[in-house]
Ligand binder design. Sequence first.
Ligand code: ARG
Length: 276
Amino acid sequence: MSKHSKWIALALAVAMLGTAGLIAGCSSSTASTPGTTGTTPAKATVKTVTAGTLVAGSDTAFPPFESMNGNTAEGFDVDVVAAVAKEMGLKSEFKSYKFDTLIPTLIAGGKFDIIASGMTINADRKKQIDFSSPYIDSNQSISVTNASTVKAAADLAGKKIGVQSGTTGQQWAKENIPTAVLVPFDDTLSAFAALQAGKVDAVVNDLPVSAAVVKDATRGLKIVQEIPTGEQYGFGVSKANPDLLKAVDGALAKIKSSGEYDTIYKKWFGVAPSSK
Ligand code: ARG
């Protein structure tokens, strides 16, 4: 290589690195950025569905963890995945799926690399997929309309309860309010819409999400009971991809110790993780 072409190669390499860094820093949209394929940063070692990108499958109607702002996914999970991906030398992307299709789709392979969907780590799911170390705690809750006389689970005997299909909230309601009629919805926000419309008497759902939903006073909803199920969310990884699981866990540990995780937490929950 001549001296001249060496300089060109170097400048090109620097330019490519710069581009990759920029994309990794602000990538949370569902649309992939054109023209970046093949610019896999040197740090990336794990195999992903799309080279250079950590693709997350998610039911993106679960604020403040994931929701759609136009074509762009946003939320706590979206930011944590972006930070984890960046740590791995990758950009990130969210793709929307129905919650109860996430595990089978991950196992089938080829669509996304991880599940990032406020998914609770539990024994049943662990038989099918692996989970990262937990990245946040959660509980269940019962929401009703402001006008409702329902005060707690005991008042829901024989009543209609809206739940999201395939969730731990659905499971909890089934086991703990056996006389209730469970009405399953594809997504959580539809369950709350049905509650507002008087089609169900209550919604059983993850507390942080219900809290974010009822905070909007125009909905006329309230939380009447918090249920301490002691759940923890993890990122789902295929059992066929142990290297990815290791890399995700390593990156998660790094963003926790660097303080980046705390910054993201504060952004979405308004308080530091320890004070919650
Ligand atoms: N944490 C609950 C579960 O794992 C609900 C998760 C629902 N997530 C979502 N993005 N809709 O079953």
